[in-house]
Design a protein around this ligand. Structure first.
Ligand code: FMN
Length: 194
């Protein structure tokens, strides 16, 4: 079986983002010569969508949106790593998703396997934002990775110099990735389609 092509979107655009750092850890753990020995090979490409404009149905899809859309369509699975802003999904991420959600039920997200993770300094590690994201994904008829959930609280203590260093979190990340990659493979092979 060819290696799974995964793409990641961070819900934070800031340079020192914990959520972007989380995606970089995923990338490192899956990379060839990888730290994590998964039965199913996978790579993660982190998508840069900072050029994507605010959604406006009056404008033609710019190149930044077309590139985002194509990368999502070409992927076997998606990982969304998001902070929580005011109990919800950050606008930048929702805006990118809205662009990629068209045409409805023929979009890049339609039946796409999607995993969610999130890091925040608070205690419940983006649980509310993740709940909202699940509802959004349901609206696009995506396949949502159900379990385990990845809610990383007290994020400030888990990263050092822009890298996830906390051993317990890394252990859990490996468990998540083992489950996620095998689930994506099952969904892609039709074993786990509704
Ligand atoms: C506008 C705004 C709203 C926020 N609201 C929440 C919130 O509702 N819950 C929470 O846990 N953290 C909240 N935070 C704190 C973020 O979780 C924190 O800034 C986090 O580090 C952002 O993720 P990042 O490190 O990936 O940029 C908020 C931050 C901002 C800027």
């Amino acid at each position: 079986m060819a290696a799974l092509k995964l793409v990641g979107l961070s819900g934070s655009l800031r340079r020192a983002s914990h959520n972007s750092a989380l995606l970089r850890s995923v990338q490192q753990r899956l990379a060839p010569g990888k730290l994590l020995d998964t039965p199913i090979d996978a790579t993660l490409d982190i998508l840069d969508y900072r050029e994507v404009p605010l959604y406006n149905d009056d404008i033609e899809r710019p190149a930044s949106v077309q590139a985002l859309d194509q990368a999502l369509r070409d992927a076997d699975g998606v990982i969304l790593a998001t902070p929580e802003y005011n109990y919800g999904v950050p606008g930048v991420l929702k805006n990118a998703i809205d662009w990629a959600s068209r045409p409805a039920y023929k979009s890049a997200f339609y039946q796409k396997p999607v995993g969610i993770m999130g890091a925040s300094p608070g205690a419940i590690g983006t649980a509310r934002a993740q709940g909202q994201l699940k509802q959004v994904l349901l609206g696009m008829a995506s396949q949502v990775f159900p379990y385990p959930e990845f809610n990383l609280g007290q994020a400030g203590q888990r990263f050092k110099d822009g890298e996830l260093t906390d051993p317990t979190t890394l252990e859990f990340l490996d468990k998540y990735l083992l489950e996620f990659t095998s689930w994506v493979a099952r969904v892609r092979s039709g074993e786990e389609n509704p």
